[in-house]
Write a protein that binds this ligand. Sequence first.
Ligand SMILES: Nc1ncnc2c1ncn2[C@@H]1O[C@H](COP(=O)(O)OP(=O)(O)OP(=O)(O)O)[C@@H](O)[C@H]1O
Ligand SMILES: [Mg+2]
Length: 153
Amino acid sequence: MEIKLRLNSVKDTEILAKIISEKVFKGMIIGLKGDLGSGKTTFTKFFSKNIGVRDNLNSPTFTILKIYDGNHPLYHMDVYRLEDIGYDYELDEFIYGDGISVIEWYPYINKMLPNELLSIDFRVIDEQKRDVVIKGEGIYEEVVKTISHRYSN
Ligand SMILES: Nc1ncnc2c1ncn2[C@@H]1O[C@H](COP(=O)(O)OP(=O)(O)OP(=O)(O)O)[C@@H](O)[C@H]1O
Ligand SMILES: [Mg+2]
């Protein structure tokens, strides 16, 4: 299932992160993609607060992986630097672990990801506005349905 939403401001991105955080489960994987500066890290910051992370989440560009303590462990990855290599098997134990993985630029490591994940594709419309396409099959379809219901009323 796939839905498209218009986020009119950072506040809307915060609301989306909150809705998704209410559906987290052990081992959940959220893949983020889209333009530079489109809101992937911003989304992840709000998401982290909502799953009980107290530390301030920063952009992990130079480390690939940062681990945060919350209601579930949070593994925040930014795999931008893996574009040419396509994998980093040290990430496996996290991606396939019990915590929540949020992966910026996930298509760059597609070959080491499971088929099912929640994908959010961000597009810059203007300074404040973003379009997002959210996709999820299998266990993630339920999450997309929930988001869809929340925006239809
Ligand atoms: N509706 C919105 N949703 C998210 N961010 C927004 C929105 N409107 C404006 N912004 C701003 O856009 C910027 C998004 O930066 P952010 O670091 O989240 O992007 P990113 O997608 O992670 O970039 P990168 O590809 O470099 O990792 C922030 O400065 C944020 O305040
Ligand atoms: Mg980022």
